[in-house]
Ligand binder design. Sequence first.
Ligand code: ATP
Ligand code: MG
Length: 663
Amino acid sequence: MTTEPPKTGAEWQAEQSFPPSEAFRAQANAPDHDIYARAAANPEAFWEGFARELEWFTPWTQALEWNPPHAKWFLGGSLNVSVNCLDRHLAVHGDRRAIVWEGEPGDTRVYTYRQLHAEVCRFANVLRRMGIGRGDCVSIYMPMVPEAAIAMLACTRIGAIHSVVFGGFSTEALQERTNDCRARLMITADGYWRRGSVVPLKQVADAALPQCPSVEKLVVLQRLGEKHPVEMLAGRDCWWHDLMAAETDVCAPEHMDSEDPLYILYTSGSTGKPKGILHTTGGYLTGVYATTRLVFDLKPSDLYWCTADIGWVTGHSYVVYGPLANGASVFMYEGSPDWSKEGKPCRDRFWDMIERYKITILYTAPTLIRACMKWGEEHPAAHNLTSLRLLGSVGEPINPEAWLWYHRHIGGERCPIVDTWWQTETGAIMITPLPGLVSTRPGSATRPFPGIVADVVDENGKSLPPDHKGILVIRKPWPSMLRTLWGDDHRYQQVYWSKFQGLYFPGDGALRDQEGNFWLLGRVDDIMLVAGHNISTMEMESTLIEHPAVAEAAVIGKSHEIKGQTPVAFVIVKEQSAPLPSDHDAIHKLGAELKEFVSHRLGAICRPEEVILTADLPKTRSGKIMRRLLRDIAEGRVMGDTTTLADPAVVAGIREKYGNEED
Ligand code: ATP
Ligand code: MG
């Protein structure tokens, strides 16, 4: 993978560097540049420093035991996650806000640390009374309400292993995940609000449960209320509020071994069938505690908002465990970004809430940023966003153009942006700027977090010199790494550790520049080989987005007899530039213009063979583009696993369009 490519969008954007402001630097949590050297000199001691800031019942006797590919961290230590997220803060700041929540219809709730602690203890008692204890699995199928976090933390208090299933998933996905971990209990809600409609969560749970033989009971939170009645199955279903009313708020925490399982979570399914990732207790908590503290620079005065759903790892690590372990005030929102609290379609719900609540830190995904670019900058411009002081991005590579838009229109050119690369598997952020220390570059996640040893290698696992595209690997174990795939250690070894001996293989392509900044290039499977040149989908997509009419793009390599692969681009046009669907001339003209644009910027070799204008792209329910489905469409194949696809209608629409293009 060493052929020199033509100059890329990423490369010319790289000339733009954003050093941290003096003001930010002066107050930042990340101490000084020495932190990198100190961590590199002794990564285990570096992580132990953070672990020591947590509360342990029994201290560990050994930091790391590494029998590749199996790691154990903080051996012999015992602790409890809920104690570290709640009890630990009570003496000093029990009255600080822990969770500030807004429902889609505008209803609000606030929990202080003391109140959250009481609710978690009460629900932990509920679980114990239902016979749930150490090592039992609990399936959590909940909307974005504070009780979702309460349920997770209550599990950790009694040593139960949770498996959170995203509340937008179907019956089939819920069944598959619940059966895989043999959950004894499921927790759900009557439903929740999304785009002004009720999502009938309990109905989905009802449909799933007959095929989930391990589940004995269903606990149902009443989110919607009496106006939206649900049927309760006698003997199986219990109301959350009835159970809670019978319990006290005193609950002795279980002493968990550092390596006891904490939770199982399935990956997003962007590249295939989701994998059941297992995280354990001490190492995971240390990893999310340290990264939250340094990457998000949290202060007692902050109101921090990570927009991820608790159904994804970002919701686990950076809505619940990382921020609460840091004693932060967390904002949570139930609904959709394009629905107002008055119950109408809108384009500014996020900006409205940031203004009303004076949110200071926003952590979101490129898919949201690109949707906002499509809607137009007048929507954020109509709000006062000066409370914001730090922005973050996660989930996909952020195209430089989207980064700059975020910087200008949301950050007011004042907020550092942390583009954080990590995975469900890594548990915590792995590559990221430390705000206040590291100069950022649009499109680059910059540097490995201190203590993380990342590298870019060729197909043989040999380290590549700067500016060469290759494969990202991690060279040393880290505390929050996955321990295995639930019930399938063989697959764990195969997927992550068999490509290169002793190196963790995340499956992403990357380039490291002369300064040591990492540029994520998308999935290794998505990197195209056009006539012997390596072209990353990321570079072509980022270039397309630089065209003023384009809001979002997905590029795939379609098999080609002579060239090997040829690029096909699927493009979403900004609302104000979109040709009418009936205006075939305008559509054709824009397509031709975009081909020319890419070819001019990146070289003729990158000229897309086809440009398909589409209203939408197939995405996972966590908002990631599913390029493999686009490849299936372009090559006329039967589609692979679609259980994590957000909206099947999108695929049908593109299929139809694609057929028309071919005619
Ligand atoms: P599956 O593994 O089932 O295909 P997935 O990889 O989408 O699904 P996640 O663990 O949610 O599941 O996502 C991790 C992946 O997301 C990374 O491997 C990477 O491809 C992408 N990613 C996340 N953050 C970034 C980022 N800041 N820059 C580039 N890519 C990112
Ligand atoms: Mg993955």
